[in-house]
Design a protein around this ligand. Structure first.
Ligand SMILES: Cc1ncc(COP(=O)(O)O)c(C=O)c1O
Length: 449
């Protein structure tokens, strides 16, 4: 496997050298100094900071077209009689330093398969991060199990390992940490707790292609790891997913599960269908698109990382802007979003919504991250269903509701602001525009009231 070593120090060194050409317009204020940033905010009719465009996503590679047309003409469009999905699985496992890969129809079906193969069953409990895309919880509901939230650490945006053990009950069977935005979770702590309590670990790496923890790719650290290749992702194919891991027997079981329960690999084909399963297979066309997109992902990730570290350095100088902190052991983040916390008290109490609007008006696309989904209606909808009423006692569900207070997660939901990954593919001067726009809003915070 080719592992690109990119230490934090190297990136900062590269960044500063690359930034020399843009130094003339940075910063346009120093705090307390006179500044251009007293110019009228774009939201109030002034000129915007960023006048150009931003990189588009996804980026099509025309050299993939002849191969796709050739495959289409063969009529072998499904993996059953085609070679491309298997070829992708081998290439992706090699890129990620995993023993084996099973390609799936989506990240959701990858998670459903991984949890199913690890034995998550009706009436079980799975510890999960609340700060994630809804699909993470849905994969637990799919097995008629109970998603039990572990609070988020506001500094890292990730599952707080110090809060895991207090949520373990005699029904807990697995932990599902999420490397959200491509920020690696403290996997040593998660795995240590899992080992102590005999729990399985599925890494939701659906936003974390090539992210590293202590120099190893995430998804190879727990029992199984899952990815998404949906259109917005760093490795996109419209829809798609994968399960990776280091245990061939487990991956053979995943292959079987995703292919209607047919025996696979080391499994003995005692009958045609010895196991339950579903059709969660990837198509040939998805695999061909993925192999063409794989050519750019390492270079793109280097650019995102370099720009993210540059933003970290500059943005933390602005009062009220708090970039995410790496979790213990995280060695490489990949930034599906570049997140920071916006502390409105430092901005004259301008709401986060108004701050984002002002940023957008300056030509900087930004969004507000995930909401407090732990309070969303899907939980009561599930708990009031016939199945959940049979599986979980009223006392357990009352306890779940009582414990559904997540101050760390609430803080992240209230304060998070982020830039989508393709913004991070911009130039250093684009990054300076981001810093300058936030500085300008800070300097003009009184005018937004
Ligand atoms: C953190 C996370 N988990 C799971 C998923 C589900 O992946 P998919 O949309 O491919 O089913 C996604 C996709 O957006 C995700 O971001």
């Amino acid at each position: 496997m080719k592992t690109r070593k990119f230490t934090r120090r190297q990136v900062i060194a590269t960044t500063s050298a690359g930034a020399i050409g843009t130094m003339i317009n940075w910063p346009f204020t120093s705090f307390g100094g006179s500044s251009l940033s007293k110019e009228k905010l774009a939201a109030l009719g002034g000129e915007k900071v960023h006048k150009g465009s931003w990189p588009e996503w996804p980026v099509w590679d025309q050299t993939a077209e002849p191969g796709i047309v050739e495959m289409l003409r063969t009529g072998r469009w499904w993996r059953g009689n085609g070679e491309h999905v298997e070829e992708f699985e081998k290439k992706y496992a090699a890129l990620m330093g995993a023993k084996q890969c099973v390609a799936t129809a989506s990240g959701t079906t990858a998670l459903i398969t991984a949890l199913g193969v690890l034995g998550v069953d009706a009436g079980d409990e799975v510890l999960v991060s609340p700060y994630t895309f809804i699909a993470t919880y849905n994969s637990i509901f799919f097995h008629k199990a109970l998603p039990v939230f572990v609070d988020t650490d506001p500094e890292t945006f990730l599952m707080n390992p110090a809060k895991i053990e207090e949520r373990i009950t005699d029904r807990t069977v697995a932990i599902l940490p999420v490397h959200i935005y491509g920020l690696p979770v403290d996997m040593d702590s998660v795995n240590g707790i899992a080992k102590k309590h005999n729990l399985k670990v599925v890494e939701d790496a659906c936003q974390a292609w090539l992210a590293e923890y202590r120099g190893k790719r995430v998804s190879t650290l727990g029992d199984l790891g899952c990815f998404s290749f949906q259109n917005s992702k760093h490795l996109p194919s419209g829809e798609g997913g994968a399960i990776l891991g280091m245990d061939s027997d487990l991956l053979d079981r995943c292959h079987s599960y995703h292919n209607c329960g047919r025996a696979y690999g080391n499994m003995k084909p005692v009958t045609g269908y010895p196991y339950r399963g579903g059709n969660f297979r990837m198509q040939q066309s998805q695999a061909l698109i993925l192999m063409s997109q794989m050519k750019r992902i390492e270079k793109d990730n280097d650019i995102r990382l370099s720009n993210a570290l540059y933003l970290d350095k500059k943005l933390k100088e602005i009062p009220g802007i708090v970039p995410s902190k790496p979790a213990n052991g995280a060695t490489r983040a990949v930034y599906h979003l570049y997140p920071f916390r916006y502390q409105k008290e430092k901005f004259n109490n301008i709401s986060k919504g108004k701050f984002i609007e002002a940023l957008n008006a300056e030509g900087i696309p930004a969004s507000g991250g995930y909401g407090k989904q732990n309070k969303d209606l899907l939980f009561e909808e599930a708990f009031n269903s016939r199945g959940y009423k049979r599986l979980f006692s009223e006392a357990r569900l009352k306890q779940w509701r009582d414990e559904n207070q997540l101050p760390g997660n609430d803080q992240v939901c209230d304060e998070a602001v982020g830039f989508y990954q393709s913004i991070l593919l911009g130039s250093k001067s684009d990054m300076d525009d981001i810093v300058n726009a936030i500085t300008k809003i800070y300097e003009n915070r009184d005018s937004l009231i």
